[in-house]
Design a protein around this ligand. Structure first.
Ligand code: E4P
Length: 224
């Protein structure tokens, strides 16, 4: 499973991009609004940090297919590089997805809560579908189970669409998605740190450091 960072915060993107093996960045209108900055400066800032080869998923705020397509074209032209427009599932969104497919602009169909929504999005030509794991868990909707069902349905029909699971609140949800064959997950900056942390790891590293220092003091291998 590949990882993306789900934020619009440039400092967080800079940090995570430097220290973690991410495939790209996802944003949404809520995350962008939180930054309270100029939209284009923010989006261009993200591209400057991640470069042209990593994916940037930016959500449209238009409501009709034609306007969604117009907005997607403008964002793609402005930010360049590997780009996917995020479109919430709905009739206008599906129409826009079919239009964008013909134009060669990748679509991430978002706000997915059921396998049927995902299957229709994939048939429309979406490159990714984004099911919201934690929001499903919040209503006892078993987010991971929905992700697993989408993966199974896509496998059943050999669909060329990846599951980009989103909306995570803990490492267990991320692990369970990886376990069921989910292709990609977009997670918040704080969850990256949580996902790699373990008290036993810290204890192991403390032990190595203590034992080394007991014989070699502050000397490192480079000092010999
Ligand atoms: C992803 O792109 C979604 O917009 C996002 O992960 C939703 O997360 P939330 O449920 O934490 O708002």
């Amino acid at each position: 499973m590949k990882y993306l960072i789900d934020t619009g915060n440039l400092e967080a993107i800079k940090h995570i991009n430097e220290f973690y093996p991410i495939e790209g960045v996802t944003t949404n209108p809520t995350l962008v609004s939180k930054e309270k900055s100029d939209f284009w400066a923010l989006i261009k800032g993200i591209r400057a940090i991640i470069g042209e080869d990593k994916a940037l998923h930016v959500q449209t705020v238009q409501e009709t297919a034609e306007k969604i397509v117009e907005e997607a074209k403008l964002i793609k032209e402005t930010v360049g590089g590997k780009f996917f427009v995020k479109i919430p599932i709905g009739e206008e969104g599906l129409k826009a997805t079919m239009m964008l497919k013909k134009l060669g602009i990748g679509v991430t169909m978002t706000a997915i809560f059921t396998p049927q929504q995902a299957l229709i999005a994939a048939n429309a030509g979406a490159s990714f579908v984004a099911p919201y794991v934690n929001r499903l868990d919040n209503i006892i909707g078993d987010g991971v189970r929905v992700v697993e069902d989408i993966v199974t349905v896509f496998d059943n029909y050999g669909l060329d669409c990846q599951v980009l699971a989103a909306s995570f609140k803990n490492a267990q949800q991320i692990h369970n998605c990886a376990f069921c064959g989910c292709h990609t997950a977009t997670i918040s900056p704080d969850l990256f740190k949580i996902a790699i942390s373990h008290p036993m790891t810290e204890a192991a590293i403390d032990g190595f450091t203590k034992d080394w220092k007991s014989v070699y003091g502050e000397k490192k291998i480079l000092d010999f």
